[in-house]
Ligand binder design. Structure first.
Ligand SMILES: [Zn+2]
Length: 164
């Protein structure tokens, strides 16, 4: 398998994507002959597409004045934190950003009930996670709300929050 790497010219620092199985390459900036083995590999890539992505990120970082090695540890594109499911964005947005987790979870349950009349546990847990509350806590909150009577099981597996 061909492996690619992102290197930078030792002289002018111009970055370049190279095939790591090759011994030398020529700098696109100053035209010097570069010994690939002697250069620090700033990022590794398994495909030309990945390499281009790494190069683009490196150039962005350079433009921001970042250090040459800033991308060393960021070979993988960071995943965006999971947001709320599309149709629940508005429901999630109305949950107060402050307050205890239980109070926010209950506000969410009320929002979900308004939104669709009732909700399933999966939906609740999924939306909870997008509030930054650990998904594992979802079933516990739900049980607690059922015990308190702030949520009722309308039909098997479908829950409804009692209005405040
Ligand atoms: Zn150069």
């Amino acid at each position: 398998m061909t492996e690619y790497g992102l290197v930078a010219c030792f002289s002018c620092k111009t970055p370049k994507g190279v095939d790591l199985s090759r011994k030398t390459t020529e700098c696109n900036g100053c035209g010097r002959r570069l010994e690939i083995a002697s250069l620090r590999i700033l990022a590794r890539a398994a495909s030309v597409a990945e390499l281009q992505e790494a190069l683009a990120r490196h150039n962005e970082a350079r433009a921001r004045g970042a250090q040459e090695g800033a991308l060393l540890e960021s070979q993988v594109v960071p995943r965006r934190a999971p947001g709320p499911p599309r149709d629940l964005e508005a429901v999630v947005a109305r949950v107060p950003p402050r307050g205890g987790e239980a109070a926010r979870a209950l506000a969410l349950a009320r929002g979900l009930t308004e939104h669709a009349g009732a909700f399933g546990e999966d939906r609740f847990v999924e939306a909870l996670a997008s509030l930054g509350i650990a998904a594992e806590k979802g079933p516990g909150f739900l049980r607690r709300f059922l015990e308190e009577g702030s949520v009722v099981e309308a039909r098997p597996g479908r829950y409804r929050a009692v209005p405040a």
